[in-house]
Structure formats: C-alpha cells, structure tokens
Design a protein. Structure first.
Length: 107
C-alpha cells in the first residue's frame, strides 16, 4: 500500500536515506486519480526497497512549497536524504515511473 506523506512525517522519511518516491496530488485532480492505482501497484512491488507514497497538496503544504510544485500530478524522487534530478510531471505510465524508480535505485 502506498505511504501517506504528511508535513509531520515527510522530512523524517526523506532523512532516513532510503529511496523515496512522492506523488503530489489532490482529490479533485483527474490525472492524479488515474495515477493512484499505478502508485499503489508500484508501492507493493517495491515494498522494502523504496518508500512510495502520496502527498495531498490540499491537506499539506510545506513540501509542495519547498519544491515549488506548480502542477499536479508531479512525482519527486529522493535518495540518501536529498532530492535527486529525477522529476515527472503530468500523467505518466506505470512503465515510465518504474523506469525512473530503477534509475533512482541505480544512483
């Protein structure tokens, strides 16, 4: 199951050094809702290797402000406590996200 990131827990999870994938979304966003099952599947497939989850930009705001999230869905990738230069914006296929997760693991 995909992790639920909040302003209270997200910095601790990123700082853990584990690979982290965060999907920035909102309940009113059609492309975000279509992406939800993909994020859930990938979270299950990479369980124990990568923390994959969702960050609701309507309920939380600190992280989306920090990384200047201007459109959703946007997916950011973190490793060793820092954001890496992988970023996906807009609707994405499972294959594309999976490829970026593999790229993250290889860093």
């Amino acid at each position: 199951m995909a992790f639920t990131f909040t302003d209270e827990n997200v910095n601790e999870i990123i700082a853990s050094g584990k690979p982290v994938v965060i999907d920035f979304w909102a309940t009113w966003c059609g492309p975000c809702l279509r992406l939800t099952p993909v994020i859930e599947e990938l979270a299950k497939e990479y369980e124990g290797q990568v923390v994959i989850g969702k960050y609701n930009v309507d309920e939380e705001g600190d992280l989306s402000s920090k990384y200047r999230i201007m459109s959703i869905p946007t997916i950011l990738f973190f490793k060793n406590g820092e954001k890496v230069d992988i970023r996906l914006a807009g609707s994405q296929s499972k294959a594309t996200i999976d490829e970026k997760i593999k790229e993250l693991l290889a860093l």
